[in-house]
Design a binder for this molecule. Sequence first.
Ligand SMILES: O=c1ccn([C@H]2C[C@H](O)[C@@H](COP(=O)(O)OP(=O)(O)OP(=O)(O)O)O2)c(=O)[nH]1
Ligand SMILES: [Mg+2]
Length: 160
Amino acid sequence: MKIARFTHVSEAQYREAMSGREGFLPLEEIPLPKRATAGSAGYDFVSPVDVTIPGGETALIPTGIRAEMEQGWVLMLFPRSSLGFKYSMRLANTVGVIDSDYAYAKNEGHIMVKLRNPLDTPVSIGRGDRFCQGVFLPYGTAEEEDDFAVRTGGFGSTNK
Ligand SMILES: O=c1ccn([C@H]2C[C@H](O)[C@@H](COP(=O)(O)OP(=O)(O)OP(=O)(O)O)O2)c(=O)[nH]1
Ligand SMILES: [Mg+2]
């Protein structure tokens, strides 16, 4: 069942997210997330930048990617087990929840990944390396919902 589509964000959004960084992949060279085998659930995301995360620190990686999906679906972000098993690498927010309406946020639904290196030795991720994975899952809703906000962003946007 095809319920989603990955695209790149716009050049302007990508440049804004990458401001202050050097040596990042040109947007068109970032591969769209891909499942490694026909039976894989996880769409692997590639890092557009070289990043070294010192022990105990975090790093934010803008992916250049946007996901449009049908209502009733969510894209869950998880670490790849290879980085987790080798380096205990994790997402700073433990898992990522990418909502279906995020694609229409002001930042075009630019998927951001924040990694945390919990060990005391640095870990490097190379430009072009697959570093996390997204799994599409269906979700249910409770009765009698109303009074929704309109999503304009992420990362606490609905707190305001
Ligand atoms: O690792 C992540 C987690 C979230 N998001 C984006 C997509 C998601 O749809 C949005 C909001 O995420 P969430 O609902 O988990 O965070 P929140 O703290 O509740 O923020 P908001 O108030 O914007 O919903 O932020 C990412 O790009 N990467
Ligand atoms: Mg939220």
